[in-house]
Write a protein that binds this ligand. Sequence first.
Ligand code: RIB
Ligand code: CA
Length: 308
Amino acid sequence: MPAIILDCDPGHDDAIALLLALGSPEVNLLGVTTVSGNQTLEKTTANAIRVLDHVNRKDVPVAAGASRPLVRERRTAGEVHGETGLDGPDLPPPSREPEPQHAIDWIAQAIAARAQRVTLVPTGPLTNIALFLARYPELESKIERIVLMGGAIGEGNTTPSAEFNIWVDPEAAHRVFHSGIDVTMVGLDVTHQALMAPDHVGRLAAAGKAGKLVADLYSFYSRFHARRYGWHGAPVHDAVAMGHVIDRTLLRTSHCGVEIDTGPELSRGRTHVDVKGAMGWEPNCHVAVGIEAERFLELLITRISRLG
Ligand code: RIB
Ligand code: CA
C-alpha cells in the first residue's frame, strides 16, 4: 500500500481527488500540502481543511506551502473555481489551522520518519515540490515516485500550448521533470477523455454526504466547461492522477522525453513531449497516453460512495 502525500490547490477536482484517496484502502494518505494555484494559498488551504472536515477526517494533517510561483507572478483561476476556490457547496469555515510547519518542511519530516519510500501526488502548480527538492536533496532517495496532474501532449487549457498547473510555474515544473525521480505526467490528453457526467453525479448524490458534496461541486464546476467547451460533463483532472496511484492499469503510459518551455507568454508552460521518441530525447517521464475512462469513473463513484 503506497504511502502518499497529496500536494494540491483545491479547487473542485483537487477536492474530488482528496475524497477518492480517503475512500481507497489501496493508498495511505499521510497528509495534504497546499499551494497557490486555483486560488490563493489562504483559500486553497482553507478548502483542503473544509473538505476533510466534511468527512470527519480531522486526523489528516494539512500544511500550507508556497503563496506564489518561483519566478512568475501569481495567477489564479477564479473563472473556473469561483471566488472561494470551491464555489458551489455550502461548506462551513475550516475547523482548524494548518500545521505550523511550511509544507516543504512537513513533507520532509513525514518522509524522513518512514522506512518506506513515499509517493508524491501533486495536483497543482509544482512550486512546493521544486522547493522541497531544492531544500532537501538528501531526501530525494526516499521518494518512490511523483504522479502529477499537469501538462498535455496536445492542446492546452490555459493557452493553446499549456495546461494550467505547468503554465503557472514552468520553472518549478522544469526542476521536477529534470529531478531524475520516477515522474508520471497525467495530462489533459487523458483527463479530457474521462468526463464526469450527470448520470455519474446522480449516483453520487444518492450515495451519502461525500457523494452529495461531489454533486454540489460538479453543479458549479460543470458550468465553466459547458460555457467554454460545450461539454455535457466536467473533467476531474486531479482525480485521474489519484486514480492512477490506486490502480495503475487505468492509464496507459509511454516513457518519453519531456521538456518544459520556460519561455515568454505564447509558449510558456508548454510540455514538449517526444511522444514517439522520434527526437531521440532521453526519456524522463511516464506520460499518460490512454485511459479506461468508464472503469476510472466507476472506481471514483464506488470509492467516494464508501465514505458515506
Ligand atoms: O489544468 C487542470 C489543473 O489545473 C487541475 O489540477 C486543476 O485543479 C488546476 O489546478
Ligand atoms: Ca489542481
